[in-house]
Design a protein around this ligand. Structure first.
Ligand code: AR6
Length: 185
């Protein structure tokens, strides 16, 4: 855990769908109608209301480009809301992927802060089917979150939820337990 101002950046290994927070973030695609990975798990956990709300948003505003996000209710999840955030597909690192990933995190945090929410949980966006290298993605995730909460906001906790032990270890290098950045390069 590290603290930035009054916000805690925390790390948990497990399933994001069971997190007891105000809002969980989904690693969605531009079409917004579900998919595999964490997206599939969130839709299964939340139930059909999620797809219905996503369809309504899609009809109203069209596809959601990479770097952007939309918000729905949480259906049957513990979380009251789900932010569907679209990360970049990794194309070798020369197509602006870093900046798009940072923007995906920023858009999600802004959306939560605009609604006055306190606790948000993120999966490791783009590092599954979209192929973004894990270490590079984790540095961007933590740096973007830290920068965002260096200004006051409603956010009291930003929780990074990693599915595998390996991914946990990568994040743990950035969010170690004694309150310092062990590896910030
Ligand atoms: N809880 C937490 N993390 C999870 C869970 C879970 N239940 N399930 C998987 N992960 P991915 P992407 C981790 O592929 O790379 C979908 O089809 C997983 O281990 O879910 O952004 C969408 O519809 C990995 O570390 O998302 C899009 O089409 C991380 O979540 C596309 O995949 C992200 O992997 C998005 O690809």
């Amino acid at each position: 855990m590290i603290k930035v101002g009054s916000t805690s950046l925390t790390l948990v290994q497990g399933d994001i769908t069971t997190q007891d927070v105000d809002v969980i973030v989904n690693a969605a695609n531009s079409g917004l109608l579900g998919g595999g990975g964490v997206d599939g798990a969130i839709h299964r956990g939340a139930g059909p209301q999620l797809l219905e709300e996503c369809r309504t948003i899609l009809a109203r505003q069209g596809e959601c480009p990479p770097g952007h996000a939309v918000i729905t209710g949480g259906g049957r999840l513990k979380a009251r809301f789900v932010i569907h955030a679209v990360g970049p597909i990794w194309r070798g690192g020369t197509q602006g992927e870093d900046e798009i990933l940072a923007s995906t995190y920023r858009s999600s945090l802004q959306m939560a802060a605009d609604r006055g929410l306190g606790r948000i949980a993120f999966p490791s966006i783009s590092t599954g089917a979209y192929g973004f290298p894990m270490e590079r993605a984790s540095r961007i995730a933590v740096a973007t979150a830290s920068a965002f909460v260096s200004a006051p906001s409603s956010l009291i906790e930003i929780r990074f939820v990693t599915f595998s032990r390996n991914d946990y270890a990568v994040y743990a290098l950035l969010l170690n337990r004694d309150g310092t950045h062990a590896n910030h390069t």
